[in-house]
Design a protein around this ligand. Structure first.
Ligand SMILES: *Cc1c(COP(=O)(O)O)cnc(C)c1O
Length: 358
């Protein structure tokens, strides 16, 4: 008896069944070589093909302009909280960070070790104008387009002056919709939400921003080293990279970012429409700021939320507990979550509401 399981984990997150099947095969015998993908040299021709294909597919999916480098690194998005300031700061060492929530604050506290940080309120970000840029001399502006924990998204970006690059932590939103990469100087994302397994991080950086890092920067934290060696400065996480490659092929098969965005919007709309029609569940975030990837909501009491999490898990709807810092409920609807998962969740929510409202 196999009941259907839907995993709403915020990360590491669900991967498509067909990707898992291919990864499983490659674990034992990759491409009929008799070797496991785990045991293949990162310098072998076969693996270098994985590397080249992943970059080519990403370039295609993101319609990446040719003045950007693609890097696959380790250390997660968290390592980028340090690498970004260590590599992008100039002499005056000032940066501005949009304080949008939990992950933005993590990035801010790390940046403070290297730079004077100006914080920008999320509501003011989209309307930054020439006056603001004249008044603030900053080396870059950092934003978090999707706050994974609070379920918040940035609805718009300001028109940046040419000399101030915009940096984005896209960990929980990368490839879930088209991105105009040309608006950004640097984009980074841990893979484990929309892109593959944990252990590998995507960094996309514009050519002209690459310069010597701050004095004392460790070699592994220096973009110049990784660019010079095309992300093979040391042994990369080969298996994670391989699975990201499978995921990129899958995304192309789904019709690319435009099609994926339609699918993701449909899923999020289904859930938000239900939340808005209900007086039992609530999400207080303004519609423009609601994340399509991480939908958070509350029930009338903590006790009901606990019961909801227990009963949903028994029904095969897994990992719906909100982040430990804010509790509540969170359903992560990344690329690999099928619409049937959201339909099943909404049906469960209706039944749960009926059982608890007289
Ligand atoms: C998950 C997440 C992180 C942390 O990523 P790690 O890969 O665990 O370092 C940072 N930023 C955002 C927006 C995230 O969703």
């Amino acid at each position: 008896m196999n009941k259907t399981i839907y995993n709403f984990s915020a990360g590491p997150a669900v991967l498509p069944q067909c990707v898992l099947g291919q990864a499983q095969e490659a674990l034992v015998d990759w491409q009929g070589s008799g070797m496991s993908i785990l045991s293949v040299s990162h310098r072998s021709d076969a693996f270098l093909e994985v590397v080249a294909k992943s970059k080519q597919d990403l370039t295609e999916l993101l319609q990446l302009p040719d003045n950007y480098h693609i890097l696959f690194l380790q250390g997660g998005a968290t390592a980028q909280f340090s690498m970004v300031p260590m590599n992008l700061l100039a002499e005056n060492q000032c940066a501005a960070y949009v304080n949008s929530g939990y992950w933005a604050q993590k990035a801010i506290s790390e940046a403070r070790r290297y730079a004077h940080v100006t914080e920008i309120d999320i509501a003011k970000f989209a309307t930054l104008d020439a006056d603001w840029f004249n008044d603030h001399s900053v080396d870059y502006i950092h934003c978090t387009p999707n706050e994974t924990i609070e379920g918040l998204t940035l609805p718009a970006y300001p028109d940046m002056p040419d000399n101030i690059p915009l940096v984005g932590d896209f960990s929980s939103i990368i490839l879930s919709e088209p991105i105009d990469v040309s608006k950004f100087g640097l984009i980074y994302a841990g893979a484990q939400k929309n892109l593959g397994p944990a252990g590998i991080t995507l960094v996309i950086v514009r050519d002209d921003l690459i310069k010597p890092a701050l004095a004392g920067t460790p070699a592994m934290y220096n973009y110049q080293n990784h660019i010079a060696k095309e992300s093979l400065y040391n042994t990369p996480p080969t298996f994670a990279w391989y699975v990201v490659g499978l995921m990129l092929s899958w995304l192309k098969q789904q019709g690319g970012t435009v099609k994926i965005q339609q699918h993701n919007h449909e899923k999020a709309k289904l859930l938000y429409d239900y939340l808005d029609a209900s007086s039992f569940y609530r999400n207080a975030i303004e519609p423009d700021y609601r994340s399509k990837m991480n939908v958070v909501f509350n029930l009338p009491s903590k006790a009901l939320e606990k019961e909801f999490i227990e009963q949903s898990a028994q029904a095969g709807l897994l990992n719906l507990a909100g982040h430990r810092s804010i509790d509540g409920i969170r359903a992560s609807l990344y690329n690999a979550m099928p619409i049937s998962g959201v339909q099943t969740l909404v049906a469960f929510m209706q039944q749960f509401e009926r059982n608890h409202v007289n």
